[in-house]
Design a protein. Sequence first.
Length: 202
Amino acid sequence: MVVLRTLRRARSLRGRPGIGAFLLLLAGCFPISVAAEATALFDDSGYRLDSYRAPVPAEVPGARTLDLSQVQALSAQGWILVDVMGARAFDIGADGTWTLPERHLSLPGAHWLPVVGWGRLEPWQSDYLDTSLQRITGGDRKAGLILFCKLDCWLSWNATKRIAGRGYVNLGWFPGGVEAWGDAGLPLVEVQPEPHHGAWSR
């Protein structure tokens, strides 16, 4: 590492204060946090692991990108709206009902799956995705699904790629999300997460 080499060189030149001070000053210009340098934004499969609110690509593998008018047309034809905006603070009761500290507004009729867009899923989150998809599609992997969260939100990108990998073949990705819908003057309604039965953890 440049920083470590520079520091070692500075220590070896303690008898020459001018050069040693310059090298120490140079070392201070570089970040020395090894953890920060080691943090990866993507895993080997291409899922975003951190900083989820950031500009997204134009496409997701296995899905077509939709604009607002296409979302309206397809949802009118029966395509299923799936909101994957994330939630970190929650509780899940024995009956599968989620308790969250804040209301969540989404597109009318949307199914909210708040833990399926992270870069890495815990086993219970992966099971929750599978059982929720089974329920809302009736087990039909050809059912049309429209995935979204917010503008510049990698959670919907991750979730769309993940669902495509599970064999669902009619996927639409709506990168404009709730902002594009609301900015067009269309109604947003409060939604609750799809129920989860079984073990879970935060």
